[in-house]
Write a protein that binds this ligand. Structure first.
Ligand code: TYD
Ligand code: MG
Length: 454
C-alpha cells in the first residue's frame, strides 16, 4: 500500500493542499482547513475492475443503449426538469436551503415513481422512519409502496441497496451519511465526497437511479454539495423565498436533458402542488400598471415564462448610493446603469436603486437587460410603461440592442396571457402576430426617446 501523506482539505470549497494554512487559497475562507486521512480504496473500486480496459465500439452502443430508458413519474414539473423522466442508473443531486421542501418533494416523487412501477427505497439519515411515515400520512401517501430505511452508515445503506436492488434509491441527506473508512466527522468534505462517490458508483454498477439530497448553507461550515456536483449526472436546485409559497426546481446541470429547465411548485398544507402555468402565477400579484413595474418575457429551459420586474429609484441619504438586487445579477445591473449613463446621458449617481423579480423567481438571461433598463427608467421618470406590454432584449456596452433567442415563443406566451404589445430589439426572426403590436428598436437611446420622451 502506498505511503499515506497527510492532506489538508478546505471545509468550505473542498480544495486540497499538502500543508495547513490559516486561510484557504482556493476560496479565501479563514480557518476552514483541516487535516483529513485520504480515502482508502472501498469495495467499489474492486468491482469496477471487471470492466476496466475493455473496449467497445461506439457504434454498437448507439443502436442498443441509446436513448437511456426513462420512467415518467406523472409529476409533469419534475419529469420536465429531469429531461423527460428519470433515467436508469443516473446519479442526481438535489440541493437547497434547509427547510425549503426537499424531503417533501422527494417523498412525493418516491410515491409517484413507486406507483409508476419502480421499486423505491427512501433512506433517511435525518428523520426516523416513524417521522417519515407521519409526513407521508400528512401528504396522503401513507399507502404508497415505498420502502423506508432510517440509516446513516453508508456501508449499511449500500448493503441494503445491494440486496434489494431497487430501481430508485433516495438518500436524504448526503451530509448525514457516514462512511466508516473515512476518518472525519459526518458532513465534512471528505465524508460527503466519499458518500457521493460510493453512491454514484453504485448507481452505475447496479443500474439504480440514486437521488442524493444536499443542504446548501450560507456559511461554509457544513460541506456544501458543490464538491459533489461534478461527480453526478444531474444537479437540481430547489429554490424559493422563505415568505413565499412558490418553489422552483432548477436543473443547473443535466447529462440527460436541457440545463436551466425549471419546474414550479407551490407549498401547500398538503405538500407540494404542481404549477402548470408559471407565467400566470408570477403575474398574479400584479396590480394596475405602475411606475417601475415591467413584464419580462423570458425563457427558462424550453419553456417561455413571463415575470414582473420591479424597480425603485430614490434619492440617497448616503455618500455611496445603494444598489440592491433580488433575483437578478448585481454585476449586470451595474452594467446597465453604466450604459444608461454613458450612452443615454441618464445619471443614477446620488440615487438608490432597488430591483426585484416578483414571486421569488431568479433570472439569469441577458435577454432581461432591456426589461431591467425599462423598469429603472420607468421608476426614475415616475412614468408607467404602456399597459399590457412585455419587454425583452439584450443590451450591449455600446448601447445597441441585440436580438435574443426564441422571440416567437416569448411573443406567443405573452399573447396567451392577454398582452397586446411587445418591445423587442431589431433583427432576429420575429414578426408581429395577430392582436399583438410589435415595436422593434435598434438601440437604447431610441428606446428612451420613444417610450419616455427623454
Ligand atoms: P422539508 O421537506 O422538511 O424541507 P427540507 O427537507 O428541504 O429541509 O420541508 C419543511 C417545510 O415545509 C416546513 O417548514 C413545513 C413545510 N411543509 C408544508 O408547508 N406542507 C407540507 O405538507 C409539508 C410536508 C411541509
Ligand atoms: Mg429534509
Amino acid at each position: 500500500m502506498a505511503k499515506q501523506i497527510a492532506r489538508y482539505v478546505c471545509q468550505s470549497c473542498g480544495a486540497v493542499t499538502t500543508k495547513w494554512s490559516g486561510r484557504c487559497d482556493g476560496c479565501g475562507e479563514w480557518n476552514s482547513i483541516v487535516e483529513e486521512t485520504p480515502l482508502s480504496a472501498g469495495p467499489s473500486s474492486k468491482s469496477l475492475g471487471a470492466v476496466r480496459g475493455k473496449k467497445i465500439p461506439l457504434s454498437t452502443l448507439s443502436s442498443k443503449e441509446a436513448p437511456p430508458p426513462r420512467t415518467i413519474s406523472g409529476m409533469g414539473e419534475l419529469d420536465r426538469v429531469l429531461g423527460g423522466g428519470l433515467v436508469e442508473a443516473s446519479a442526481i443531486l438535489v440541493g437547497g436551503d434547509p427547510g425549503i421542501g426537499k424531503s417533501t418533494l422527494l417523498l412525493q416523487a418516491a410515491a409517484q415513481f413507486a406507483n409508476a412501477g419502480l421499486k423505491v427505497i427512501y433512506a433517511s439519515g435525518e428523520e426516523a422512519s416513524a417521522q417519515v411515515r407521519m409526513r407521508a400520512q400528512r401528504l396522503g401517501l401513507a399507502d404508497a409502496p415505498v420502502m423506508l430505511a432510517a440509516e446513516t452508515n453508508l456501508r449499511d445503506i449500500l448493503t441494503t441497496l445491494e440486496a434489494e436492488k431497487p430501481d430508485l434509491a433516495i438518500v436524504d441527506s448526503i451530509q448525514t451519511m457516514w462512511a466508516d473508512n473515512v476518518d472525519s466527522a459526518p458532513g465534512s468534505v471528505s465524508q460527503v465526497r466519499a458518500a457521493a462517490h460510493e453512491l454514484t458508483t453504485f448507481a452505475k454498477r447496479m443500474g439504480t437511479a440514486v437521488v442524493m439530497v444536499g443542504h446548501v448553507t450560507k456559511d461554509g461550515q457544513i460541506a456544501g454539495p458543490r464538491v459533489v456536483e461534478h461527480m453526478v449526472d444531474t444537479v437540481l436546485y430547489f429554490e424559493g423565498e422563505r415568505g413565499h409559497q412558490f418553489r422552483i426546481l432548477r436543473a443547473v446541470k443535466n447529462r440527460f436533458g436541457p440545463a436551466d429547465e425549471i419546474g414550479v411548485f407551490e407549498m401547500t398544507g398538503a405538500g407540494l402542488a404542481e404549477v402548470g402555468n408559471p407565467s400566470a402565477l408570477f403575474l398574479s400579484e400584479r396590480g394596475a400598471p405602475s411606475p417601475g413595474s415591467v413584464v419580462f418575457a423570458g425563457i427558462e429551459g424550453t419553456r417561455p415564462v413571463l415575470c414582473e420586474l420591479q424597480a425603485l429609484v430614490a434619492p440617497t441619504p448616503h455618500a455611496q448610493p445603494r444598489r440592491t438586487v433580488v433575483g437578478w445579477d448585481g454585476g449586470r445591473l451595474a452594467m446597465i446603469l453604466a450604459v444608461l449613463e454613458a450612452r443615454c446621458g441618464i445619471p443614477f449617481a446620488g440615487l438608490d436603486v432597488y430591483l426585484n423579480v416578483a414571486g421569488g423567481m431568479k433570472i439569469s438571461e441577458p435577454a432581461a437587460d432591456l426589461a431591467v433598463a425599462a423598469a429603472l427608467l420607468s421608476a426614475r421618470e415616475d412614468t408607467a410603461l404602456p399597459a399590457e406590454t412585455v419587454v425583452f432584449g439584450e443590451i450591449s456596452l455600446s448601447g445597441a440592442l441585440r436580438p435574443v433567442s426564441q422571440a416567437e415563443n416569448r411573443l406567443k406566451e405573452a399573447q396567451k396571457l392577454g398582452f397586446t404589445a411587445a418591445i423587442a430589439p431589431q433583427g432576429g426572426k420575429i414578426s408581429a402576430t395577430d392582436g399583438m403590436s410589435l415595436t422593434q428598436m435598434g438601440d437604447l437611446t431610441s428606446f428612451v426617446g420613444d417610450i419616455f420622451g427623454a
